[in-house]
Design a protein around this ligand. Structure first.
Ligand SMILES: Cc1cc2nc3c(=O)[nH]c(=O)nc-3n(C[C@H](O)[C@H](O)[C@H](O)COP(=O)(O)OP(=O)(O)OC[C@H]3O[C@@H](n4cnc5c(N)ncnc54)[C@H](O)[C@@H]3O)c2cc1C
Length: 406
């Protein structure tokens, strides 16, 4: 099929959280919106799927997307010490297939036209100055405003705002392993010995997402993969030990052989990049022009310490929609900088210190050691997991609460 489709006000490439939420807000405001995504049905975006309580408070409707509520998190230090944090406000872990479909359906219900197709925006405009987007099958669409919401490897953002270097990127990889719905499995965040980054175990409704996130320019696959396997095998062994010493069902793997053998037979691997912009890149890279904008990962909006990107994908979509509906696309640049740009830039500056040293040892070792002894430090960590504790004053707050826990 070839030909030009009808005209739109806004063409959005990518229907992840950023693209779908922008489409929904714009369509509700009366804009004619086309939203494109070429991901095959049932194929999930590689992601831990963790959504902080800060995000759940900002957009309570997300609770309808069917996540698993997390009320307790285990944090493990590089030295192997562990602290259990009971969260005052739960966060949620979603299957990305379910989350993305839910957001896309909301956009469609609001009136956006959704196309299941991979498109290419070569930066070309027609004679009337409208952007032209094309599919491989020969279809093309025209629109006044072009939005790149096509993720961390965004080809559209590269054309509109220039490429990102390896030092602006994190790498995350991991495995999905089986989990029976009735099984109880803890949520774990483990800081890595000798690496800037962490490993996680995020149980979802029907599987566990294990992963490691670290900087792309120091990434060493073999060593990190071994570290992740040790973490996964240790996690399952601990659950089998717990099950053997209690009457609860516990978490077990089907099959024959040892834990590692059974895990290797069932684990599905995934890998992807997460933006983690350097402070200078935050200063120099633009996310909006007169008739274009970048949202979410395509703009580089993820927390450089934790890799959290879903909150920023949704918030950037909301700010862009407000700018467009106010008739000032370009004001989105000022809005994102004022709203969360400063905090992300500070996180980027803090990154080295967070994974560096504090009071004579790795900061994360010290933080967890102190948390085991002090209720005040546990409170700060709970707020960090909730998304309510910023980085700017993290060390100061930790030091103050260590000296005066209440
Ligand atoms: C392993 C891993 C774990 C993570 N864990 C977490 C976590 O626990 N919590 C958290 O908050 N964040 C996490 N993140 C980050 C989070 O996944 C991203 O920040 C978030 O998905 C960004 O949303 P987005 O809408 O900007 O982009 P995406 O979710 O990447 O969506 C982009 C969409 O664009 C589509 N697309 C791309 N190119 C085209 C094209 N040419 N035509 C049409 N469609 C196209 C893709 O198919 C995709 O659906 C993690 C990331 C990784 C890699």
């Amino acid at each position: 099929m070839t030909g030009i489709n009808e005209d739109y006000d806004v063409l959005i490439i990518g229907a992840g959280p950023a693209g779908s939420f922008a489409a929904e807000r714009l369509a509700r405001g009366g804009a004619r919106v086309a939203l494109y995504d070429g991901r095959p049905e049932g194929e999930a975006k590689a992601c831990g799927g963790g959504v902080t309580s800060k995000a759940l408070k900002a957009w309570p409707f997300l609770l309808e997307a069917g996540g698993r509520a997390v009320t307790e998190v285990e944090m493990v230090s590089p030295a192997g010490e562990c602290v259990r944090l009971k969260l005052a406000e739960p966060f949620a872990i979603y299957s990305r297939c379910a989350f993305d479909s839910y957001m896309r359906e909301r956009a469609e219900r609001a009136g956006a036209s959704v196309f299941d197709v991979r498109v290419n925006a070569s930066g070309q405009k027609d004679d009337e100055g409208r952007w032209v987007v094309r599919s491989r099958g020969g279809m093309s669409w025209r629109g006044r405003v072009l939005v790149a919401a096509d993720g961390a490897n965004s080809a559209t953002a590269k054309r509109l705002a220039g490429p990102l270097s390896n030092s602006d990127m994190e790498v995350a990889f991991g495995y999905r392993t089986p989990l029976n719905e009735a099984q109880d499995a803890p949520t774990v965040i483990a800081f890595l010995p000798g690496w800037a980054g962490y490993a996680w175990a995020f149980p979802r409704l029907d599987h566990i997402s294990f992963g490691i996130a670290t900087a792309q320019d120091t990434f060493e696959h073999k060593a990190l993969d071994q570290m992740l396997w040790d973490f996964m095998v240790g996690y399952y062994r601990e659950r089998e030990r717990e099950a053997a010493s209690s009457s609860r069902g516990g978490l077990s793997l089907e099959g024959v052989g040892g834990v590692e053998e059974r895990l290797r037979a069932s684990a599905e691997r995934y890998a992807a990049r997460i933006p983690g912009l350097a402070p200078e890149t935050f200063d120099s890279r633009r996310a909006a022009g007169n008739d274009w904008a970048l949202l979410g990962d395509a703009a580089g909006f993820a927390d450089p310490v934790t890799g959290e990107g879903i909150y920023y994908a949704l918030r950037s979509a909301e700010l862009f929609a407000e700018s467009y509906l106010a008739g000032e696309v370009k004001s989105y640049e000022r809005r994102w900088r004022e709203d969360f740009g400063g905090e992300l830039r500070r996180a980027s500056k803090m990154r080295r210190r967070f994974y560096g040293r504090f009071w004579g040892g790795p900061f994360t070792d010290r933080m967890i050691k102190l948390a085991r002894a002090h209720a005040g430090i546990r409170r700060t960590l709970r707020e960090l997991v909730a998304g309510d504790q910023g980085y700017l004053d993290l060390k100061r707050t930790l030091a103050r609460r260590a000296l005066n826990p209440f």
